[in-house]
Ligand binder design. Structure first.
Ligand SMILES: CC(C)(COP(=O)(O)OP(=O)(O)OC[C@H]1O[C@@H](n2cnc3c(N)ncnc32)[C@H](O)[C@@H]1OP(=O)(O)O)[C@@H](O)C(=O)NCCC(=O)NCCS
Length: 209
């Protein structure tokens, strides 16, 4: 088992969840120049993943575009990207998780919800019934989605965001920390506040802002 780290704290949170889940991580791929994380040696840069034929990978870096690009390249080459579920998380047996999804400490996914490939649910994020979380989405810590909230691919939802049931957050949208989303957010826009309003059209740029 090899974990692809990439830069940043999100990757260490993913690694921590994998270790807590008993996944035997034996080596890391990382570009920061560090020799090890949590006592696990860095074997080389992320780009060297293809040298590890037969390994299984964890892909949990912050930048959702890099995450999906790397994860899909590994899968296309016949490799395996593991789903990581922290042992304190709850994933209903009636929910569905895609390839490489990471569900962190105390997060929850409820019946008939779908979390698509390479999405990350950070600590205590909750996706209730019939939610649909798109490919490569990041939900920040403490996000609370009641039933039937949809999030388009690559969107990034900040810490503590709350949404009204049934809203749709568009592809590549960026939702500011603490926002209360009461209506649909168009594709690629940045919204924040209570009630959430458009801040601009920059949208998710990859990683945490
Ligand atoms: C919304 C966000 C993306 C805006 O970032 P930005 O484009 O760099 O914006 P700025 O910091 O320049 O702020 C622009 C304005 O929006 C306001 N603003 C920024 N974030 C806000 C938020 N979450 N809620 C309300 N207002 C916010 C600022 O106060 C500022 O207002 P002003 O012009 O009156 O001074 C960012 O502040 C944010 O909340 N990111 C989410 C981070 C997060 O929770 N990540 C989770 C990672 S797992």
């Amino acid at each position: 088992m090899i974990a692809a780290m990439g830069p940043g704290g999100q990757a260490r949170v993913t690694l921590d969840a994998a270790l807590a889940a008993g996944i035997p991580v034996t080596g890391l791929l990382d570009d920061s120049g560090a020799a090890e994380y949590f006592g696990i040696p860095v074997l080389g840069p992320v780009a060297s993943w293809s040298e590890y034929q037969g390994a299984e990978f964890i892909v949990g870096m912050s930048d959702q575009f890099l995450r999906v690009e790397l994860g899909e390249a590994i899968v296309a080459a016949g490799g395996t990207v593991r789903t990581v579920v922290h042992p304190t998380a709850w994933v209903s047996p009636f929910a569905s998780l895609g390839v490489g999804v990471c569900v962190m400490h105390a997060a929850s996914v409820h019946p008939d919800a779908v979390v698509r490939d390479f999405a990350i649910l950070n600590a205590r994020a909750s996706v209730d019934h019939d939610g649909d979380i798109g490919r490569g989405v990041t939900l920040g810590p403490g996000v609370t989605f009641p039933g039937t909230v949809r999030v388009g691919e690559f969107a990034s939802v900040g810490a503590g965001v709350v949404a009204r049931p049934g809203v749709t957050i568009g592809t590549r949208a960026l939702i500011g920390a603490g926002a209360v989303v009461t209506k649909d957010v168009p594709e690629g826009e940045t919204w924040a506040g209570n009630p959430a309003r458009a801040l601009g059209v920059a949208g998710a740029a990859g990683g945490t802002r």
